[in-house]
Design a protein around this ligand. Sequence first.
Ligand SMILES: [Fe+2]
Ligand SMILES: [Fe+2]
Length: 309
Amino acid sequence: MNAADYLSFADTWESRATIRTRPRRVLENDDKLIYPLSRQPLVLSETFLRECPGQRDFALVQTLYKFINDVVIFETEIVDKTARSIAKNRFDLAFPFACRYDAMTVVIDEDYHALVAMDFMQQTVAMTGIAPIELPDEIELSRAIPAAIALAPMHLRSAVELICVAIAENTVTGDVAAFAKDDTVKQSIKGLMADHLLDEGRHSGFWTRMVRIYWHTASEADRQCIAQILPVFIGHYLTNDIQKSFDLRLIEALPISDAARLALRSEASGLAYPINRHHPLVANIVRFLRSSSLLDSSCVQSALSDYLI
Ligand SMILES: [Fe+2]
Ligand SMILES: [Fe+2]
């Protein structure tokens, strides 16, 4: 795909973007869950069910706060930054105006997603009276992207940043999709996820096309260099450190006995996914590598062979 062939999605954005089409969602005070059980496996553990089943909703509310906090960091510090520099033509890679305009719609969508997430934070605090425990000030990508960029020679830094953000924008989409289908969860929360998903479908296509345009112009030497950086990025991206320290702080905050706390801590340390092809986000990453044409290059195939089936 050439840059000259880029077709803007501006018309679709006007008619479908959630900031253009959705009323405010209000959290309902019903018996449904505020967060899917499947996304906080600690509350499904044998130890939790034995020691403190009554703390389930507290743990789910705190996990929702962590999710919201992650969304705000991802949208405002990661995607906004890269999309904004493309829109303002400050990116090392030059893109036609149609790409820059679409990048600006991504900035608007992401900042709006952060606002909606913050709204749910305040609505949840007001309804439950539960204040958030200490929340992380970074997400995995806050470390993974700088680590990848640091490995790139100067002339490839923007390209690496673009590919990292494109991978992230393509994996989060599948992640939120699972969330939106769970019928045990409150309608407003599912609606929030469905709204977000609608915008992210457009974004994932945008980032994929940007990467296709770039990859098409990259020299074989540059492709090989980037291929070597990808596994480092993915390794950092899929780590569990931040989630694990959050789970430990959550366990600290539970009103339970020391023995129960100890048992829950060891339960939590067994929850991490392996960093290989069995990690649940890897299928999304591989799908992106195919659709962006990166996997057509043999250097990418061999650098990422651990993740390919
Ligand atoms: Fe978003
Ligand atoms: Fe996005």
